[in-house]
Ligand binder design. Structure first.
Ligand code: ACO
Length: 339
């Protein structure tokens, strides 16, 4: 359990950006591959289409575009960044993709590393970034949430393949005085005992090495998901953690401008909103266009709502990420925008 205990400085949310693949695949198109229908997918999930990275695109390219758009919104040059955190479960390189992103955008003064917490990754990374900023160790940090789950989905498994898509989203944060803090509170949770309900495990194949020794071959299987258990986990834990967050920050749900949840399933968004009597017009959702893009859903949704003017400077946002691990978290955020 990690809670906000020490606060010597604050953080400001200064800019956001996103990038999605060009190819959209509709439910009807997926029906040509697996036995499903637009009606089934829409009514069970709210998803109408998802984006999939094609041969002329890459997740690295989307990461770079999302990052550059966030920097442009904030009016910052890449060389002013102190740190890049890349939340992803699908790196191009198992040694880490964040340094490639650093090179791509020219953030020559930034340290860069990957952080893996599946669909909770973006929220976990924002909270991690805030710790460096609050201690005064760093001034400017780029957080990117990005995933290419299309590479790891079993496209012949209709129970899971209809849910996922690819995208990248970015947020830039700056150190501030403690009384001007855009991160009003947070809670993070993990429970590895329940990890088997949603996993992407290594293959178990061994190859001869020398004598009687063998080594495990690298490589992963495809996404394995017990959809009903994941659903039950989400509708139980997300309201519980948001309730704790609102209590610890003495915040009335009626004061929230927006509910910004990980975009996994419209029924999950509706169930959480109902629990707090939050009206539908305050619940941000772009599931219909993108499906579940894992670590990218929250920053992509944030970027869309900031750019179309729904989210305004000063707005209060309750956010929650949840997914494999199992992991889940919640944060109470205020959007400031460019200084
Ligand atoms: N098209 C048509 N029929 C389908 C499909 C499909 N794509 N998928 C399953 N079905 C069938 C099943 O085979 C089953 O048929 P049966 O009764 O003859 O066996 C029937 O539909 C009902 O299946 P359920 O699994 O009970 O459907 P449910 O209502 O639970 O919906 C869903 C499934 C949408 C996956 C839901 O459980 C869900 O959204 N769970 C959460 C999943 C999730 O969000 N995962 C990501 C978490 S985030 C992360 O970290 C990656």
């Amino acid at each position: 359990m990690v809670e906000q205990l020490l606060k010597t400085g604050g953080v400001k949310l200064r800019g956001c950006g996103s990038a999605t693949p060009s190819r959209s695949i509709t439910n009807a198109e997926l029906g040509l591959r697996v036995e499903t229908s637009d009606e089934w997918i829409r009514s069970r999930t709210g998803i109408a289409a998802r984006r999939v990275i094609g041969p002329d695109e890459s997740l690295s390219e989307l990461n770079g575009l999302a990052a550059e758009r966030a920097l442009a919104m904030a009016g910052w040059s890449a060389d002013s960044l102190d740190l890049i955190l890349l939340a992803t479960s699908t790196p191009d390189d198992l040694f880490g993709s964040a340094p490639r992103l650093q090179a791509r955008i020219g953030a020559v003064n930034a340290a860069a590393f990957d952080l893996t917490a599946a669909c909770s990754g973006f929220l976990f990374a924002v909270v991690t970034a805030a710790q460096y900023l609050r201690t005064g160790a760093m001034r400017r940090i780029l957080v990117v949430g990005a995933d290419q789950l299309s590479s790891w989905v079993d496209w012949d498994d209709r129970r899971s393949c209809v849910l996922f898509g690819d995208a990248a989203g970015a947020l830039v944060l700056e150190a501030s005085d403690p009384d001007e803090d855009d991160l009003a509170g947070f809670l993070l949770r993990s429970d590895g005992r329940r990890g088997e309900v949603l996993q992407l495990p290594q293959g178990a194949e061994h190859s001869p090495l020398v004598g009687d020794a063998s080594h495990q071959r690298g490589g992963f299987q495809t996404i394995q998901m017990n959809g009903q258990e994941v659903y039950k986990f989400a509708v139980r834990e997300v309201p519980a953690i948001l309730d704790s967050l609102l209590n610890t920050t003495a915040t009335d749900a009626a004061c929230l401008d927006w509910l910004l949840l990980h975009q996994a399933n419209q029924r999950i968004l509706d169930a959480v909103a109902d629990r707090f009597s939050i009206p539908g017009e305050k619940v941000l959702s772009n599931l219909a266009s993108y499906g579940n893009t894992s670590a990218a859903t929250i920053p992509v949704m944030l970027d869309e709502a900031v750019r179309d003017g729904r989210i305004q400077p000063g707005h209060l946002i309750a956010s929650s990420g949840f997914g494999a691990g199992l992991s889940w978290g919640a944060a109470l955020l205020r959007w400031s925008g460019p200084a």
